[in-house]
Design a protein around this ligand. Structure first.
Ligand code: PGA
Ligand code: ZN
Length: 425
């Protein structure tokens, strides 16, 4: 049984406060979780409760912390930490709003994840095993964001994330090594071509060079892959997160990208050209977050993995709508978009049953918390997106996956290109 819950603010990677919660059980179990925070958030995400006072420029989380330490603690203490669903349900009931605005999704999620950690600790097993058991064996292919644009960088790139995907690796360890080598090749190439300020990094640890258009960034990735001695496409493929809501003008119904104006149709055609020219296996949020119909067209025409992030916001209602209209073929799962572990697992189950791919994801504002590494393995998701292979809050997740792979031993499997089942080019 849960005997004690304690919450406090700690800092995230952008120096904003966020909620950390600790859960203790009678059997000596202990769990701790820190909640992440996005910058290019979807408008349908669960509500992140911020104080709005002068402190921390309005971004304080004292109310959320207080909600955990009082209202939530009162109800949850005495419950069995293994009854994750009941505990999550209890918090949803206390909150009573559709978007968790009363208690705050940050308050609720910190407890939800800490409870899972406490339960796994009570059993004396790692979280991935507690959640996934003997069936958890698949290490995720990392989609590593090594050039940052959009809201995550102070440059003019409109596409938010330019990622490398080590599909030719045999193990996760090898994949991470390939990513690191390519990252360091890119650093050298950017410095030579654009000067030393080009190797400053953005929010997710990728470089934020003073580039203006998409092809320029993709060319740099290809050059870096080659410089490291790898073959683009065969060893290391590419992926994009357009986060297109950020460059969409809803009054005129057009997108502003690479110095031009695009209609939906023209934008899809532009992606088509890029997919022909470069080994791109996945594009996330290619269109704005309300355009289910456009997502369906893009999915059908591009014949690669199309990922719904802002489109789905890890919400089963929006995912169901997407499945019904064949919008996208993969879900980006972010636990804080929905706010409980139970709902996140339900979202994962729903997409998996409908033959969508699943990518477990960090946020641009992160911490040393490694829960998502465990969730990725527990669900055999096969893909993880957690930034560049650099900066502590990103490497924490990758390094934890190294440990998990080692612990799984001969059971550990790295899927490689096979996990991109919707990539048909
Ligand atoms: P965010 O960005 O965490 O700033 O929302 C990540 C993403 O769009 O995938
Ligand atoms: Zn995204």
């Amino acid at each position: 049984d849960i005997t004690k819950i304690r919450s406090r603010w700690v800092l995230d990677s952008r120096s904003n406060p966020t909620v950390e919660t600790e859960v203790y059980t009678l059997a000596g179990g202990f769990g701790r979780a820190i909640v992440p925070s996005g910058a290019s958030t979807g408008s349908h995400e669960a509500l992140e409760l911020r104080d709005g006072s002068r402190e921390f420029h309005g971004r304080g989380v004292l109310k959320a912390v207080e909600n955990v330490n009082t209202v939530i603690a009162r109800e949850i203490i005495g419950m069995d930490s293994r009854r994750q669903e009941d505990i999550d349900k209890k918090m949803l009931d206390i909150d009573g709003t559709p978007n968790k605005s009363r208690l705050g999704a940050n308050a609720i999620l910190s407890v939800s994840l800490a409870v899972a950690h406490a339960a796994s600790s009570t059993y004396g097993v790692p979280l991935y095993f507690y959640l996934g058991g003997m069936q958890a064996y698949l290490l995720p292919v990392p989609l590593m964001n090594i050039i940052n644009g959009g809201k995550h960088a102070g440059n003019e790139l409109k596409i938010q994330e330019f990622m490398i995907v080590p599909v030719g690796a045999k193990t996760f360890r090898e994949a991470l090594k390939m990513g690191s080598e390519t990252y360091n090749s890119l650093r050298k190439i950017l410095k030579e071509k654009y000067g030393s300020s080009a190797i400053n990094v953005g929010d997710e640890g990728g470089f934020a060079p003073p580039m203006k258009n998409t092809r320029e960034a993709l060319d740099a990735l290809i050059a870096a892959i080659k410089d490291s001695g790898y073959s683009p496409g065969k060893d290391i493929a590419l992926a994009l997160d357009a986060a297109a809501s950020e460059f969409y003008d809803d009054k005129r119904n057009v997108y502003y990208l690479d110095g031009k104006e695009y209609s939906r149709e023209n934008l899809i055609n532009y992606y088509k050209e890029l997919v022909q020219e470069y080994p791109i296996v996945s594009i996330e949020d290619p269109l704005h977050e309300e355009d289910f119909e456009g997502f369906a067209i893009a999915t059908q025409e591009l014949k690669i993995q199309i990922v719904g992030d802002d489109l789905f916001v890890t919400n089963v209602k929006r995912i169901s709508k997407g499945i019904a209209s064949r919008a996208a073929n993969a879900l980006l799962l972010k636990v804080n978009q929905i706010g409980t572990l139970t709902e996140s697992l339900n979202a994962a189950r729903l997409v998996t049953m409908n033959n969508y791919s699943l990518i477990i994801s960090h946020r641009s504002g992160e911490s040393e918390d490694v829960t998502i590494s465990h969730i990725a393995v527990a669900l055999n998701a096969g893909q993880i997106k957690t930034g560049a292979p650099a900066r502590g809050e990103r490497t924490a997740k990758y390094n934890e996956l190294l440990r998990i792979e080692e612990e799984l031993g001969s059971r550990a499997t790295y899927p490689g290109i096979g996990i991109f089942k919707h990539y048909k080019l």
